[in-house]
Design a protein. Sequence first.
Length: 56
Amino acid sequence: MISLEEFIYIFQVKKSVLRSSRNREIKKNYNGKNARELAQKFGISEMHLRTLIKES
């Protein structure tokens, strides 16, 4: 059985990997006109989506 600390670490790593994957998918599908659609699809705000796009 794993400890609580190990569980938390594994959970955080998995969350980070999923977030990175989501961000790559957003950047791949963004065409400059579909921010609202992608934000709704991925459950984030338009402002956050635009910040992700600017970071690339």
